[in-house]
Write a protein that binds this ligand. Structure first.
Ligand SMILES: [Zn+2]
Length: 67
């Protein structure tokens, strides 16, 4: 039996083994935490990277933690 919960991106159910959790931390505060399937995880990373380029000076001290 799988312990599965929906993906925060596409709402499909994913097992723990496949899920990825991403957390965006700004000024020691957890501002974005999402549980994603591999496909949405890849999209999240590429979106994060493109946003980084646009607003790099604003969020320059961010940390990204990928479990
Ligand atoms: Zn998904």
């Amino acid at each position: 039996m799988f312990n599965s919960e929906p993906c925060d991106g596409c709402s499909q159910s994913i097992s723990d083994a496949l899920s990825r959790t991403v957390r965006l931390i700004v000024d020691q505060k957890d501002v974005d935490s999402q549980r994603l399937c591999p496909g949405c995880f890849a999209s999240w990373i590429s979106r994060y990277e493109s946003e980084m380029q646009i607003s790099q000076q604003v969020i320059g001290t961010d940390e990204i933690i990928v479990d």
